[in-house]
Design a protein around this ligand. Sequence first.
Ligand code: CAA
Length: 447
Amino acid sequence: MSDTSVGIDAIEMHTGKLRLDLAETFAPKMGDDPAKYTKGLGLYASSFPDTYEDIVTMGANAAHRLMARKGLEPEDIGRIDVATESAFDQSKPVSTYIAGCLEQVFDGDFHHANKGERKFACVAGTQSIDDAYNWIRAGRNRGRAALVVATDTALYARDDPGEATQGAGAVAMLIDEDPDLVEISNAQGYGSADETDFLKPNQQFPSVDGKRSVQVYLARMREAVIDYESVAGKIQPDEFALLPFHTPFPGMVRKAAALAYRHMIRDTEVEESLADEIGRQPRPEAFDDDGAYLDAMGEYTDRLVETDAYADWYERVVDPTLDISRHVGNWYTGSVHVARMSGLRRALDEGIDLTGRQLGVASYGSGAQAEVHAETVQPGWEEEIAQLNVDEQLEARYDISFAEYELVHDVHNYDEETDVEEFTTPSEEFVFEGWGRMGERKYSYVD
Ligand code: CAA
């Protein structure tokens, strides 16, 4: 096996072109206090696909921008992996559609690229990066890079509690040798178990046990951290400059971050320095039963998150990763990659030099599996992040009313027949234009 440095060389995103304001538009219709969204869940808006958008157009548009910016041709790509939990075909992978789209605008073709589709709920995007990493490290890439696209329309059934956390968008990433953005570490940790928390048994919208899904997220993440530490050593409180988590909604990350910090400071000078203010962390051996120990741990955590030390750490390491998510909602497979992008953008804006610093990337997929690994920020990161057009994309979205939201939800519901006019005018992008004779979806590029 080669010991070449492998990681993410470039990254791009494409948001669904419609925006639903959760506090102003959605909350009143649901009879909810807007603060449940903005403060509780930590969400201001969701992105939705326009009538001509879907997982293929969003993924192809992100990949197109990435390839054009990096001056790549199809022959430079040896592998296209798409991660999604919104696929519309049980056999033909979304990567073939995306390759077909890209062949409309680039010279050459992807006939010699290995294409696939990865499924494990939201963790599949990270798993696709893993596959690409292993392919390159095994020396099977013939000097070519891998294109990984994480694309989802994260829609829930109407009136499901998950409706508050919807979103739609795609992230395209180029995995290559000597990457410009981040190098991926060898060490990984997994927390994986057969769970029934969120699933789509041959149905479009998920069956969700929302409260349980939150607990499963935390439990699997904890296992993954312990597994990671078994190979990489104990994580130190300031080891990671940023901690991008899978972000179904920022409130979820707030819960995970508190447990992560508590874990990281145990048996360190930070725990010691906080002991006068909030006591030391309870240790299981001091308790007769698990319940009493967990209660004491919960109380300690409540005190910990009120400390200045925690607030300072959270503001530096976690909060920057949530900037984009707050305004787009859950992008399932793309969500943790949006979090990484978001944290790096904030660092660039604030003039923080991250070169050589570590990111701790914490991915999660329902069903359920968490994965934790480290990444080292590379010297080219500022240039890569500076060219992102995230703000332009978010600001260009069309704000939908509640009545329009109901129409949009129906347009993307396979069980509804609709005839709805598009809300925005496509320009320089791929669009869905209908079905072919075998039920395949057809796409074209609009200049
Ligand atoms: N002001 C301030 N905060 C308020 C508030 C108000 N007026 N009203 C409510 N809140 C707070 C609540 O206290 C709660 O916060 P805490 O959990 O910290 O107490 C938060 O807002 C949400 O309120 P509820 O718990 O009452 O909300 P809910 O029951 O309607 O739904 C949910 C919450 C279960 C997460 C639901 O949105 C859901 O099912 N989401 C989909 C599943 C999901 O995202 N799970 C996450 C883990 S699984 C995963 O990560 C995979 C994935 O991508 C799906």
